[in-house]
Design a protein around this ligand. Sequence first.
Ligand code: PRX
Length: 664
Amino acid sequence: MTDRPDGGDGGALSALLHETRRFEPPADFAARANARPGIYEEAAADPEAWWARQAEHLTWDHHWDRVLDWEEPSARWFAGGRLNAAYNCVDRHVEAGHGGRVAFHWVGEPEGDIRTITYADLQAMVCRAANALVELGVEAGDRVMIYLPMIPEAVVAMLACARLGAPHSVVFGGFSAEALAARTLDADARVAITADGGYRRGATSALKPNLDEALERCPAVRSVLAVRRTGQEVAWKEGRDVWWHDVVDRQSDRHEAASFDAEHPLYLMYTSGTTAAPKGILHTTGGYLVHTATTHRLVFDIKPDEDVYWTAADIGWVTGHSYIVYGPLANGATSVLYEGTPDAGGRDRWWRIIEEYKVSILYTAPTTIRTLMKWGEDLPAAHDLTSLRLLGSVGEPINPEAWMWYRRHVGGDRCPIVDTWWQTETGGILIAPLPGITATKPGAAMAALPGVSVDVVDGDGNPVGNGEGGYLVVDRPWPGMLRGIWGDPERYRQTYWSRFPGRYFAGDGAKKDEDGDLWLLGRVDDVMNISGHRISTTEVEHALVSHPQVAEAAVVGASDPTTGQGIVAFVTVKGDAAQSDEEGAALVVALRETVASAIGPIAKPRQILLTPELPKTRSGKIMRRLLRDVAEHRELGDVTTLVDPTVVNMIDGKMQSAETAGED
Ligand code: PRX
């Protein structure tokens, strides 16, 4: 881990602390807000009792005996309680008379390809899929891989698994066959759900072919359930592969949901850590559902019979799990589910969707906001966006310019913005303003939510004062917290609970401003954040050195005006490989492809610099800090610990000439 409590931003983000703009909650919003004055005090007085009151919003088959059993680092929330997550997300709303309410306005990428799915429809779909999975031999506890585009079947598949107590492991459709195989093997899944392909800006992408390739390495997977989405030709393995429409559609639309222990595994979500192997973050049922439903109700102020809510994220990431599927459905909300990219069918696609469906709450990532910003404010201005009343941001620190643009050009200067900080591991939001209560500052996530306690500490674990920065920690267990890393309890303890005993180490830098409000400053470890996607430097380095011509590789995340960070790789080659400029250029192209096939196109380096040497300390450690300075065009930091300080100057010179050449 590098020691960068300032988030490694070189001080640029620190300038944000001089932000003086403040936006009070609009009075009309505050008058009707779900979060009431006094909520922080009420929760702080007895956090466990407060969470228990939130848990009463769900339907439990058996009430819990204890709110929390905590023996660090092991938590059991609502111990002894029993419930079914899918029943809570679907059936109970139908039973309460809301079967006719729309759960999803699904918008496919091809224009006009739409489906409206009510809660009653969703119930029938989930029951059929659950019955089909039973027919395929899925039992409680079995892991099911899901590798699907953003189609309703993705939600249905997740809920069918939840209904059966079979933890799902959704892998983002942009991951490669190799990445998919690693996750399937680690989860030891026996059944996989996929589609022939998906749409991406008018073209079709291959999903089943990737899965087929992955499964060559995963013989334990005995059944593949495939949705026909694009109609493209796909290979078929008799005895293993079945079509969704053949197997699911003929099932009964009734299925009795069994109840599961509150701590029964709900899903695994693989995410990058500081080593090459992604970790399977384990979430369980009761606490996770309480956390996602509560935060969705308070942070997004959801009014299920009025709002149209849209999390514009992919179901393959935790944001989709918590705020497209579990949180909104537990609250009986109506959501937009959109399959495509913001520019599929034109750069005004989002604004058309908001106008057509009268979206009232929009939740997206800063990288997307910056892209929309580049496309210009004329596009949102040409559409009626007055249905919007609340805007959310997630995934990386939001720069004040993007925040202000979002507020003005999307929110019409009237919508509160909630900048929400959380992680795959936290399961749900931990830090965010509460709309209707918190006065916001452009770029600040402000404060821990009610029932949550965080702090910013120095390297010794002492809380920093106002105006100072340090490491973000969480002081107390929270219901949505991860329960472990699949198959690796020691890595779980080591990664999150050993740096500051008694506190959860988030791996993020943060600052408290003069008022004590929180600003998140990015990762302090070797995890990069590319367009809100987590990728570890080690994972990319591993992929690069797998190429036969590569001797060594060092990867850093360099700040990028659109994607937040971009991947920059420094590579030394073996022997006399890539001596000429042409060979060097060809190798760079090949290396980008190597990374794409090892991880996925999202991990392709923005820049690869071939260099004869890397800067190392006397103990042989690569000084990534200096490489980051090079990649971000900063003055080089302290070079005295290097064996040969001229190496980094040479790399700096090469970088500058590479960039000048690139500009020609
Ligand atoms: O560095 C933080 C950043 O994203 C990381 C978590 O990534 P992931 O597990 O993929 O989950 C993303 C969606 C929840 C965090 O460690 N991050 C997330 N939200 C914010 C953020 N950084 C600053 N501000 C945020 N609002």
